[in-house]
Design a protein around this ligand. Sequence first.
Ligand code: FAD
Length: 324
Amino acid sequence: MAQHGSDLTIIGAGPSGLYAAYYAGFRGLSTVLIDSLPEPGGQVAALYPEKLIFDVAGFPAVRGQELVERCVEQAAQYDPTYLLNNRAERLETLDDGTFEIRTHRGEVVHSKAVSITGGIGTFSPRPMPDAEEYEGRGLVYFVRELDTMRDQDVLIVGGGDSAVDWALNLEGIARSITLIHRRDRFRAHEDSVKRLYASSVRVMVFTEVAHIMGEDGVEKVEVFDNKSDEREVLKVSRIIAALGFNADLGPLKAWELGIEKRHIPVDTRMETVRAGVFAAGDITDYVGKVRLISVGFGEAATAVNNAAVHIDPGAKVFPGHSSG
Ligand SMILES: Cc1cc2nc3c(=O)[nH]c(=O)nc-3n(C[C@H](O)[C@H](O)[C@H](O)COP(=O)(O)OP(=O)(O)OC[C@H]3O[C@@H](n4cnc5c(N)ncnc54)[C@H](O)[C@@H]3O)c2cc1C
């Protein structure tokens, strides 16, 4: 069992957690960052690394993975300790008011304060029914690199932002793109849907997968119209199943944080009902909450600066300006 000590333990290395690590370092606090995923970056790195993000201040457009890399680089100035592939399982307040966190792999972290930036919890893609044998053999749930789709005949399944964005992003890269959706209404951004219909992507609504065919991987897919039952066999070499994902707060639910509807209520200091336990990013809740990367950054700064005062009551909340 490995033991770690830090001023602040950060649970979740998504954008909010990474920015919290930077800010803690700026305040002179040492940090341990725990994440159940093998890479930092949370939803951005795992779900949409290749997509362009347009609403992060200072970046008119930034690729998801690039934003994550910048956040990691910014935090790295203060050398945080990463415990990746570790799910935080237990949080205990010790007699002296400090905290002990245990992960599912037996790592133990002691700290003076905690910041929970667990987002939507640990998440995994919703699997495509009866398609397991094709996973990794043409069927993928995320596109980590657009180039893996180069010159392929791609079938995208889904009607949300991910499905529509992949379709648009793959124009000019894939040889052909077909998008099927079981309804005629898309959950994607209106403007993206407009662009989809104006693009070269073949869009088939009220359409579902009947079955996948292929010896060494995906070769063909039979699809059917769920209104008329009309069938068509498509020549396809890659399937992107963008069916959404299952998210689970898992162990955090037992941490007596007053979690409601998968969110942690916080006060204006981003402190939870447990003194010394702060939260930031998608996981927090209060009246008027907006779940965006930029909001998570702001909340992380508030959480960490107030954690600094929890750790040293003589410290000021305002950190001073970072500009030299
Ligand atoms: C397809 C898509 C497109 C999006 N586009 C935009 C956009 O254009 N602009 C925008 O602002 N936002 C966008 N978002 C939302 C944005 O990604 C989130 O607001 C942001 O990722 C929240 O960051 P976070 O750090 O709070 O949480 P997350 O990114 O969810 O990171 C939380 C991390 O905590 C980890 N974790 C959870 N529980 C535990 C545990 N018990 N132990 C260890 N680790 C744990 C998870 O593994 C995860 O890595 C988009 C989201 C999606 C899905």
